[in-house]
Design a protein around this ligand. Structure first.
Ligand code: MF3
Ligand code: CO
Length: 290
């Protein structure tokens, strides 16, 4: 990449001169890089217009999950959840991002009980009283991607299951408190991990979060077993997901070799996940989808 002159137009397309726009910002990033830190490439730093686009996509993602929340009930199939998501998303003028993504056959992921993530909706899977289920919705609107997921407790669930679901939600909040410019993704990851461990749970290592916005999955990979002061530097304009998968038992997972998608806990224990899309702002964060 050629080095920009101070009077050249800024790389962010603001139309301003580099020296009046991102020159100081880049210098600060360079300083962290020279100290040995992983730093974000320009491609993943969003402009205010792009953030606005992701925010609009996120609004639809939230509305689709609200619609699922109003309609989910014992006795329905996960295929019916898929239909709810497809119909609401398209009614709002958007596209479900999972559909045909790397061969994924449905519009949403529905992961029940010991399924960790990437559960495939099916007419044969009927949700029952006592189940815990993650519904993971991702939207493309006007070319912008958003991604969030929620847990649903179907009727009366066991106290252990409810606690797992609640603690996993708290993990997101603990992580979010660490999201601010010039901190590190590892500050967030460690906060998530510590809260899970403190409650006797484990966190999945192999699957994590990701940059999002202009693509479904952008750099960086976002771990929730990372360490304070490590992983990528957070800077204003970065957008990524916080989506820890928390297991009641061991952290090990297995993948269904019949479809190469559905991930289960290796020990058959319950797993929960919540997901938000978050933007790093000048002074903290903004949640764009939940
Ligand atoms: N929403 C999932 C994530 O958080 C997407 C999995 S890919 C899919 O990254 F094709 F299964 F949707
Ligand atoms: Co995601």
């Amino acid at each position: 990449m050629k080095k920009l002159g101070r009077n050249d137009p800024c790389w962010c397309n603001s139309g301003k001169k580099y020296k009046k726009c991102h020159a100081d910002f880049d210098e600060k990033i360079e300083h962290f890089k020279n100290m040995g830190h992983e730093v974000p490439p320009h491609e993943i730093i969003k402009t205010p217009e792009q953030i606005e686009g992701i925010r609009a996509s996120g609004k639809i993602n939230i509305a689709v999950l609200d619609y699922v929340a109003e309609n989910i009930h014992a006795g329905m199939s996960t295929e019916e959840i898929d239909r709810l998501v497809y119909e609401k998303t398209t009614e709002l003028g958007a596209i479900p991002a999972p559909l045909n993504y790397e061969g994924f056959p449905k519009s949403v992921c529905t992961s029940i009980n010991d399924q960790v993530c990437h559960g495939i909706p099916s007419p044969d899977v009927i949700i029952q009283e006592g189940d815990i289920i993650n519904v993971d919705v991702s939207t493309i609107y006007n070319g912008y991607f958003s991604d969030s997921s929620r847990m649903f407790c179907i009727g009366e669930v066991s106290p252990e299951a409810r606690r797992l679901v609640e603690v996993t939600k708290e993990c997101i909040e603990k992580g979010l408190e660490q999201v601010k410019p010039w901190g590190f993704l590892g500050d967030m990851g460690q906060a998530v991990h510590e809260h899970a461990l403190k409650n006797g749970y484990s966190v999945v290592e192999e699957v994590g979060g990701h940059g999002v916005g202009l693509e479904f999955h952008e750099t960086p990979f976002v771990s929730y077993v990372s360490h304070h002061g490590e992983e990528m530097l957070m800077v204003p304009g970065m957008v990524f997901t916080i989506e820890p998968m928390v297991n009641k038992g061991d952290h090990e997972v297995v993948i269904d070799d019949e479809n190469d998608w559905i991930i289960y806990t290796a020990d058959g224990s319950l797993s929960a996940q919540w997901e938000i899309t978050v933007a790093v702002t000048e002074d903290g964060y903004e949640v764009l989808a939940y």
